[in-house]
Design a protein around this ligand. Structure first.
Ligand SMILES: Nc1ncnc2c1ncn2[C@@H]1O[C@H](COP(=O)(O)OP(=O)(O)OP(=O)(O)O)[C@@H](O)[C@H]1O
Ligand SMILES: [Mg+2]
Length: 559
């Protein structure tokens, strides 16, 4: 095997410099003929002269591997000029030679211009590999001295070498943009006008104090406070902590909207007369009992559930608030079923939907409708729908929907299915544009096909994942004046796997009760929570959870 170092020596000296790399003994003649100025370069040539073919091949292999990271990097790759390509290609270390011939066809501006630390890094900014500030001279530890994202101080994060630790400037900018805007950026729109105080949309029993979504009752700025429950008010160490896995994207807060500005077909329509058969007394009674005057619930108040919240936003809230106006466009859904384990946050999401829609929230429990008997239950159910129709836009939240269905053993309950279906047909029909029915159940299998079909959308509300549990716990504990350190919180999050949001709340209450709080004037400690863990546990079994997933696969709308 012959090697011709034509790059190491001028072409006219090539015959004398012809080397046989299979030879292990350098010719003394070669040393004598070295030009004084070419010492370093010739040294380099001699080094190659003094190796076997096997060594040469190993060396080639080794350097090929070393540089493959540079050449095959998935990110924007530097032009060779960025690495002192001329020196590299000429086989010399640290002494770049001009590229022979005319100017290179492509500008060889350094890719690392603008990378902090690049030009001033220890290597003097030489373009050669050996002196490169970018690639350390020790080739066994390739290391970027700086990066476009974090500057020199962040360099260790990108010290993984060329295989992927390096982020090109464009990549960083994109990541930063995404981080700032988030995946829900596209949903942001202009704040709607504030609702008129005497909006005719809220006639019945609308005394201006409670619309069921808390908008009238809250002082200015309360929405911001509420939205900051997980984002501002409580320190969110958990969010950014690698202990709990990937960071939860903060869900954007949406401005309050004015239903009155929504075109017909949307969620703001004039109130309709109550149906015949529902007397005014019952209607008023039902309304006063059912209207939920709780505080508004923002998306950020629901920990985790990012994909579900996005789906609800996209498939329900937006179409209702901004229905398509072209002829023949589909009518936005008026019914949604939320199913999942007990305490997973179904009702919370129902309340959140009402807030987002700027709607009156009416709540009714299936079990309480079924309790007084079939005929009374049917009357109450009809009254609930009538009350919702009287106060558009309205969200009618029917929890424990399964209690109305025949799968339940108690006789009266099943008898409410027919009225339920009739109400769903009329209450959410074409003439009831301003009502959204949110049904929730922890027994979706109890729903027969007829009932299932009445719910245009069916979403699985899963148990909170680790980051979401961390948020719920932090919030609940903060209310009790308890601040765990990071390690304790991580251990608690780990120990509450399979807990629902409701069960996490119970755990904190149990810890407080066990510690004798609030009488005891000390904050809750981790030990109190550990003791409570022995008493409060997750209720949903893995088998049950599997059945939710299966049902979701078969009948769910997916998210
Ligand atoms: N993701 C969550 N973020 C914040 N709080 C939550 C979350 N999930 C549940 N909670 C809290 O847990 C409690 C129970 O939630 P909720 O009543 O919404 O559960 P549910 O699914 O309707 O339960 P059930 O099936 O028993 O009716 C509430 O106090 C709620 O605020
Ligand atoms: Mg509930």
């Amino acid at each position: 095997m012959h090697w011709t170092p034509e790059h190491a020596q001028p072409l006219n000296q090539w015959p004398e410099q012809h080397l046989d790399v299979s030879s292990t003994t350098p010719s003394p003649a070669h040393k004598l003929e070295l030009p004084p100025g070419g010492r370093q370069r010739c040294h380099y040539a001699w080094a190659h002269d003094d190796i076997s073919a096997l060594t040469a091949s190993n060396l080639l292999k080794r350097y090929a591997e070393k540089y493959s990271g540079v050449l095959d990097s998935p990110y924007e790759r530097p032009s060779l000029g960025g690495y002192g390509d001329t020196a590299f290609l000429n086989g010399a270390k640290g002494e770049p030679e001009p590229w022979p011939g005319p100017d290179p066809p492509y500008p060889l501006a350094s890719l690392h211009e603008g990378l902090p630390g690049t030009k001033s890094g220890g290597g003097g900014g030489s373009g050669g590999l050996g002196g490169s500030p970018v690639l350390a001279g020790n080739l066994s530890e390739p290391l970027y001295a700086g990066n476009a994202c974090g500057g020199p101080s962040a360099a260790p994060e990108y010290a993984a070498g060329y295989g992927g630790g390096y982020l090109a400037p464009g990549y960083c900018r994109k990541a930063a943009d995404e981080g700032a805007e988030g995946r829900y950026r596209k949903y942001v729109y202009e704040p709607a006008k504030a609702p008129a105080v005497d909006n005719a949309s809220y006639p019945a029993a609308d005394n201006g104090e409670c619309r069921g979504n808390g908008f009238r009752t809250k002082p200015p700025g309360a929405a911001e406070e509420a939205s900051g429950k997980y984002g501002g008010g409580v320190p969110l160490k958990v969010l950014g902590s690698p202990v709990y896995g990937p960071q939860v994207e903060p869900f954007e807060k949406f401005p309050e909207r004015a239903p009155a500005s929504v075109p017909h077909g949307g969620f703001a329509v004039p109130p309709v007369e109550p149906s015949k058969g529902v007397d005014q007394g019952t209607l008023e009674l039902v309304t006063s009992k059912m209207v939920d005057c709780g505080p508004p619930v923002q998306w950020a108040d629901v920990a985790g559930q990012g994909a579900l919240k996005a789906a609800l936003e996209e498939e329900l809230v937006w179409p209702l608030l901004r229905p398509p106006v072209y002829p023949g466009s589909p009518r936005p859904p008026r019914t949604v079923l939320l199913f999942g384990p007990r305490g997973a946050g179904k009702a919370l999401l129902g309340r959140c939907l009402a807030t987002q829609l700027g709607a009156t929230l009416l709540r009714v429990r299936g079990a309480s409708l079924a309790a007084p008997g079939a005929s009374e239950g049917a009357r109450l159910l009809q009254a609930a729908f009538a009350a919702a129709r009287c106060r558009p836009p309205a969200v009618l939240l029917i929890s424990e929907l399964d209690a109305l269905l025949p799968a339940r053993d108690d006789g009266a309950a099943g008898a409410l299915q027919a009225p339920l279906l009739a109400c769903l047909d009329s209450g959410c029909g074409a003439r009831a544009d301003g009502v959204l029915v949110v049904g929730t159940t922890s027994r979706p299998a109890a729903l027969d096909e007829a009932t299932r079909r009445r719910f245009a959308l069916r979403f699985y509300v899963a148990l909170p994942d680790s980051p979401a549990r961390g948020q719920i716990l932090q919030r609940a504990l903060a209310q009790q004046g308890c601040a765990l350190n990071d390690r304790e919180l991580a251990a608690l999050v780990q120990g509450t796997q399979g807990f629902s949001g409701g069960e996490l709340g119970q755990l904190c209450q149990q810890a407080a009760a066990g510690a004798g709080l609030p009488g005891l004037q000390r904050p809750l400690s981790y030990k109190d929570l550990e003791a409570a863990l022995a008493k409060v546990g997750p209720r949903a079994s893995p088998k049950e959870l599997d059945s939710f997933v299966e049902w979701d696969k078969m009948y769910g709308s997916g998210h």
